[in-house]
Design a protein around this ligand. Structure first.
Ligand SMILES: [Zn+2]
Length: 382
């Protein structure tokens, strides 16, 4: 039967400039375009924690990530659909990428039973049994109204034996086929495939080849930033990123620290997500161009200076380290709000500076300056 799939005609990814392997691009989606390299703030439970959506947007985020696992368990995708879909539900009109739930099923849930069919698992909320497989994961993501849908994949832990990682990669590729078949049944969103294979070049290559044969609108690297050293992750990127189709976006899942992002952009990655700026915001850690600043440290208790005197975010323009130290120590909610604000501002400004540096073919100079400042440490005591 002839099947006409509109989805594949809706995406347009334009490369606007390159510097070495690094690229600046724009991914055009119906809800707005995404400037790449892009950082996606994480909105696990349909909220970027401690931030209003309009503020996340004003800081420069073109897209956020939400977690299928959390939303399927609570409040459930059908309720969200009944209330107008995920964008309306959480008051975020720009694009949303949803993950497949696979990673959380294996890392967060209680006892899980995996087979080639899918994964049976216990909810970490109430212990109830649930089942997730490629077909169901894609259906949930479509029901939510996601703009970028991720294939359901199997993630082996990075210190597993190579033979186990190979089996897990092969299963992920079978699941990628099933994800694509399910995705093609209805309109809506783009579908990204996920490369697996641990730190092994031959497995990553086999995975890439199989994903390209299936054909996706974007390609992600999975199973990285799961505890392996940074140089090992960069080695995988060196060996595999340029083997993806040049005209499709490349997404490094769950990464990362500012220097991870800079190093991955240099190796040709276009998209990132990480809980670090928001999670750190709630634990009193500010991320700055001079590295991390722990606001709970008593050295800040009478410091009249902002987190970063060169930062022009709302927090740095209006609040001292002493105030942030006080509200953090007092357990006040504004502490999470203000430090998260600064952190997301810092990440989006970093991405914007990276894009400018690539366009001007000055990425190496930019990275040298970035690294020097990161290593210089916090401001000296007043
Ligand atoms: Zn700031």
């Amino acid at each position: 039967m002839f099947y006409f799939n509109l989805n594949r005609f809706l995406m347009d990814f334009k490369i606007k400039g390159t510097d070495g392997k690094a690229r600046v691009g724009e991914l055009f989606l119906s809800r707005g375009s995404i400037r790449t390299p892009a950082f996606m703030p994480v909105g696990t439970q349909a909220t970027v924690k401690a931030m209003l959506p309009e503020n996340v947007k004003s800081l420069g985020a073109d897209i956020i990530l939400c977690n299928t696992y959390h939303l399927m368990l609570r409040p459930g995708e059908n309720l969200i659909k009944k209330l107008g879909g995920l964008h309306k539900f959480m008051n975020w009109e720009k694009p949303i990428l949803t993950d497949s739930g696979g990673f959380q099923v294996m890392s967060l849930s209680g006892l899980s039973q995996k087979s080639n069919e899918g994964v049976e698992f216990q909810s970490h909320f109430d212990g109830k049994k649930h089942f997730l497989n490629p077909e169901y994961s894609i259906k949930i993501q479509k029901t939510l109204g996601s703009d970028i849908i991720m294939c359901f994949d199997d993630c082996a832990s990075f210190n597993s034996e190579k033979s186990d990682i190979a089996l897990s990669m092969k299963r992920s590729m079978e699941w990628a086929v099933r994800s694509k078949e399910q995705f093609d049944l209805t309109d809506g969103g783009l579908l990204f495939g996920i490369q697996q294979g641990g730190i092994y070049e031959d497995l990553r290559d086999e995975s890439t080849k199989r994903l390209i044969d299936i054909g996706f609108q974007g390609y992600a690297l999975g199973g990285l930033a799961v505890g392996e050293p940074q140089n090992q992750m960069f080695k995988v990127l060196d060996a595999s990123v340029s083997k993806f189709p040049i005209d499709k976006p490349r997404y490094l899942m769950g990464v990362g620290k500012p220097d991870d992002i800079v190093g991955a952009v240099l190796r040709g990655v276009d998209m990132f997500d990480c809980v670090l700026p928001t999670r750190s915001g709630r634990t009193g850690q500010a991320l700055t161009r001079r590295g991390a600043v722990n606001i709970k440290n008593s050295r800040h208790k009478d410091d009249y200076r902002p987190i970063d005197p060169d930062c022009n975010c709302y927090t740095c323009l209006n609040y001292s380290r002493a105030y942030l130290h006080h509200v953090f120590k007092s357990g006040e909610i504004i502490s999470s709000m203000l430090i998260t604000w600064h952190n997301l501002h810092y990440y989006q400004e970093l991405m914007s500076n990276i894009r400018d540096a690539i366009i001007n073919k000055k990425l190496i100079e930019f990275i040298n300056g970035f690294t020097k400042l990161q290593n210089s440490g916090d401001l000296s005591l007043i």
